[in-house]
Design a protein around this ligand. Structure first.
Ligand SMILES: *Cc1c(COP(=O)(O)O)cnc(C)c1O
Length: 427
């Protein structure tokens, strides 16, 4: 498979290089030089999830990894389901939260961990990452117990929910967690400083495992196929999918699935008040504003880092721009949507509720709609309980870790202290 840097087309890399490097020169994103297309989509849709996902991944990365290797990666990464839950006669929720950390980021995180394990071939690697919640937990669980890979996760002390924190600080073994006396931006700055420090970068073989890694997108394409496979032939004929969006990785994967032949008529890019993309789709002007905090905090992004990939899909003529429409759902309507869903018997959380609201506004008579359920409601328990006025119970993975002791250490917001700590742990 060949991928090119979207900022410098002369930089062409293999899948393995793109996975290891993350970003290209000038912070450019890697994108496949050519997107494949299935000839017989019905045959693909008829396959079971894991088998079908092996087909999809093999189509994308070509013969760079053997089919046996791809099968192992997919089997280990996709060890849980992505069921469609019926909400009304013609609306479904695609539940992507049945993995170990209860959010869709488990799909991409686990797939990336398995790819990196295969590609690095036993060389030691240190993953260093900063988190404000979901990503850290997914990365920690995905790499937990993998030989030769150590993970160091920085998070802002006392600034994320107890439950979120326990999901990654209680693992131990090769997962090292550090509570920084600062905010999320301080944590990100420490990570950047470490990547600029040759001693640490080379001495500890740093890798960022961040959200723009091409392996994550590759994984996410698979669950769009899984969603459509669960619909009847008739429902597949006029289908709209609504995607709750922050960095727009999820929507990018959906569009690639369409390019590969998946029958989706239209995508709704649903955002909270951080609505750079909906405004851009309406006016043609890219005008990011300051990021505002919302109930759907995993989507509090005003300069989405995957957008250049969507531009590339449109510019290269794979899909027409009219296939995507944007919609912004404000805080009040996020809560209204959560209550409406509860009345329909479906308990949801703010991110999925935004996608539901935007879907309902777009859906026409005779169409079928799917919105992506990106996180389990218990992950946003306080918000959900407040908005719905009813208690919700903890699913097993959260209940299991809630009573355990966190193994994190405290450090000041000081690079020298972090460096000393990392060498003591791993040097
Ligand atoms: C990360 C996240 C999103 C946003 O996904 P993008 O791919 O960044 O657009 C939506 N919902 C939840 C719960 C998330 O964790």
């Amino acid at each position: 498979m060949e991928l090119e840097n979207l900022k410098d087309a002369s930089e062409v890399v293999t899948f393995a290089q793109a996975v290891k490097q993350g970003l290209g020169k000038n912070q450019g994103l890697f994108f496949p030089k050519k997107l494949p297309k299935f000839d017989d989509i019905d045959a693909i849709l008829a396959m079971p999830f894991v088998e079908r996902s092996v087909e999809i991944v093999s189509q994308i990365i070509g013969d760079e990894l053997s089919r046996e290797t791809v099968t192992g990666i997919v089997e280990r990464a996709f060890a849980f389901d992505a069921p469609l839950a019926k909400v009304t006669d013609n609306i479904y929720s695609l539940e992507l939260f049945h993995g170990p950390t209860l959010a869709f980021k488990d799909f991409g995180g686990r797939f990336m961990a398995q790819c990196l394990t295969e590609i690095s071939n036993g060389e030691p690697i240190t993953i260093l990452t900063a988190t404000s919640g979901d990503t850290g937990a997914a990365v920690a669980h995905a790499f937990h117990g993998i030989d030769n890979i150590n993970v160091v996760i920085l998070f802002p002390k006392d600034k994320i929910s107890q439950l979120q924190e326990k999901l990654f600080t209680t693992l131990g073994d090769n997962i090292h967690t550090v509570a920084i006396e600062g905010d999320f931006d301080d944590c990100q700055q420490l990570v950047k400083t470490a990547f600029d420090d040759v001693d640490v970068r080379e001495g500890l073989h740093l890798n960022s495992a961040n959200s723009i890694n091409i392996s994550r997108l590759t994984a996410q394409i698979c669950y769009y196929f899984e969603a459509v496979s669960q619909l009847s032939a008739q429902e597949r004929e006029d289908l709209v999918i609504s995607v709750p969006s922050g960095n727009f990785g999820n929507l990018t994967a959906g569009l690639i699935a369409k390019v590969m032949g998946l029958p989706v008529k239209h995508f709704v890019a649903a955002t909270n008040m951080n609505d750079t993309v909906p405004r851009y789709l309406k006016t043609g002007e890219w005008d990011p504003k300051d990021t505002v905090a919302t109930l759907s905090n995993a989507m509090d992004v005003s300069n989405p880092n995957n957008w250049p990939r969507i531009e590339a899909i449109i510019e290269q003529g794979y899909v027409d721009k009219s296939v995507i429409s944007g919609d912004r759902v404000d805080e009040e309507y996020t809560q209204v949507a959560m209550r409406q869903l509860a009345q329909l018997g479906y308990i949801s959380e703010p991110h999925a509720a935004i996608a539901y609201k935007a879907l309902v506004r777009k859906l026409e008579e005779g169409q079928t709609g799917i919105f992506l359920g990106t996180a389990h409601p218990a992950k946003f328990r306080e918000t959900v309980e407040t908005v719905l006025g009813q208690p919700i119970s903890l699913p097993q993975p959260l209940a299991d870790c809630a009573g355990k002791e966190g193994l994190d250490v405290d450090l000041p917001n000081d690079y020298a202290a972090l460096k000393a700590h990392m060498f003591k742990l791993l040097g």
